[in-house]
Design a protein around this ligand. Structure first.
Ligand SMILES: Cc1cc2nc3c(=O)[nH]c(=O)nc-3n(C[C@H](O)[C@H](O)[C@H](O)COP(=O)(O)O)c2cc1C
Length: 218
């Protein structure tokens, strides 16, 4: 696929079909993503892939937690604090919340898809060591983006979601991740359910005007 097309297709998918993704393809994607740059080539990332029984057990246990009202406690929780600067806060309010289904009586659609882990048939959990500088979070983001673009180039759809790492204790248990790793993010890879309303392109959020984020100084 042309790079521009890959990049244009990078929109999230909130409901996948039941079709499984070839496990070798997933491994190949992650192997290619290892080419990503990182601070001093530190490559702090690890990728733990969950499919089949492991993923079904995790989904079930996570849903039980949600139903029981267990508060999410992401490993990156301290960074997910509400102390956002006004610029991203405003973007979330105007580009995210008010524009799409969040505010058209469709919050339920969004919540349900998250709670069901998007019916994903394969999820890549991305970790960095517990003892990590902020640079490693940055590196993990680059690695994640590589995985997503390579996956799209291979005909897959993607869903990066912190909601899938809301309960890192469960992720560690069912995906066999050691305690010394922070469960940073999760990316579901699969085939888009085109008939699902939650995937309707009319809900694609827009981006802030370019002039707001770009400044050239000579
Ligand atoms: C770090 C990160 C965490 C995200 N977490 C969630 C999530 O928990 N649930 C969800 O539905 N979408 C999540 N998303 C998807 C974003 O909401 C989405 O990328 C954004 O609204 C822009 O939409 P688009 O990618 O389709 O253009 C996440 C994206 C990123 C990069």
């Amino acid at each position: 696929m042309e790079f521009e097309d890959v990049f244009k297709r990078e929109r999230v998918t909130r409901k996948f079909t039941n079709r499984k993704v070839n496990e070798k393809l997933i491994a190949d994607i992650i192997k290619k993503a290892q080419q990503s740059p990182s601070l001093l080539n530190s490559q702090p990332w690890r990728a733990y892939v969950s499919v089949g029984e492991s993923l079904e057990k995790l989904k079930k246990a996570s849903k039980a937690n949600i139903d029981a009202g267990v508060k999410p406690h992401e490993d990156f929780a301290s960074m997910l604090s509400l102390n956002w600067d006004t610029f991203p806060s405003q973007n979330m309010a105007t580009m995210g919340a008010s524009q799409t289904y969040f505010f058209r009586n469709k919050l339920d659609l969004f919540t349900k898809s998250n709670d069901a882990m998007f019916n994903a048939q394969s999820v890549v959990f991305l970790t960095i060591p517990r003892e990590s500088p902020a640079w490693s979070v940055f590196d993990l983001g680059i690695f994640a983006q590589s995985i997503m673009l390579i996956a799209i180039d291979n005909g897959l759809s993607i869903m990066p979601a912190h909601s899938m790492v809301s309960y890192p204790d469960l992720v560690r248990k069912y995906v066999h991740i050691p305690d010394n790793q922070l469960v940073g993010m999760a990316i579901a890879l699969g085939y888009k359910d085109k008939s699902s309303e939650v995937n309707d392109p009319k809900y694609f959020p827009e981006r802030v005007p370019f002039e707001k984020i770009f400044k050239l100084t000579k």
